[in-house]
Write a new protein. Structure first.
Length: 243
């Protein structure tokens, strides 16, 4: 296969990965606390070309997608069990395989009296353990994460932070899990919670649609380049055959 076709094919593959990423971002535009994924491009070097000239057998690929942790817009819900962040931080929940971290503050109280997240995972409290309340009494969440009922404090939401959020990997729509077990979360400082509000996804439909059009145009150009390379190969074979 000639270099033009190889490069075009590699570009098409990278663009397909971009389309998948953009489609997932757009599909989760309404998911509370969702953080968009973005591309990080690098060059693939064939093993047999290692140590040769810098631009020999190098192909564009998406080296590693990265997550944009910028804050989404806050919207008012009026529910006393909804709470949103201003600034950094993650709520901690007990996932099926260990702690999970989320920015989705849509909480409810289970029949057993546990405060749980949108997917039913129990919320963790400062000092460890699940946060349990009396389901028959009204529950309030203060800006510092303190949970109280009838003026009596029953616990405080465990809010974690990370010096480098890159140690987190996505688990589902709005949950994250530590990928490096040697890293431990720290207590978030300077965090203010907004009771009665939720954080929207930071995905923008306008930006996503614009990028989608751009990627599709690039895809079409690369497809034409691949067709051109194929045509050049065909003509070369025909000319050699005539000779």
């Amino acid at each position: 296969m000639d270099p033009i076709t190889i490069s075009a094919a590699s570009g098409l593959r990278a663009r397909m990965d971009s389309l998948d990423m953009l489609a997932n971002n757009l599909a989760n535009e309404s998911a509370g606390g969702y953080k968009v994924d973005r591309e990080f491009y690098s060059l693939y070097v064939a093993p047999e070309a290692a140590g040769s000239t810098p631009d020999a057998d190098t192909l564009p690929v998406i080296g590693k997608p990265w997550t944009d942790f910028s804050q989404g817009e806050l919207r008012s819900t009026g529910s006393p069990l909804d709470v949103a962040f201003t600034g950094k931080g993650f709520f901690t929940v007990a996932g099926p395989n260990g702690p999970l971290y989320t920015r989705n503050g849509s909480f409810r109280i289970s029949a057993a009296g546990q405060m749980v997240g949108a997917d039913g995972y129990p919320l963790q409290k400062v000092g460890g353990g699940n946060l349990t309340v009396d389901p028959s009494r009204p529950t309030e969440i203060a800006p510092d994460g303190t949970v109280s009922q009838d003026g009596t404090e029953v616990g405080q939401l465990a809010i974690a932070d990370f010096s480098n959020p890159a140690v987190l990997s996505k688990q589902g729509h709005s949950y994250f899990q530590l990928t490096d077990t040697s890293v431990q979360p720290v207590a978030a400082s300077g965090v203010e919670l907004r009771p009665g509000m939720l954080e929207n996804s930071n995905a923008s439909s306008a930006e996503g649609a614009g990028r989608l059009v751009s990627v599709m145009r690039q895809f079409e150009m690369l497809k034409k380049a691949a067709s051109l390379g194929d045509e050049m190969n065909r003509q070369a074979v025909e000319q050699v055959a005539k000779i």
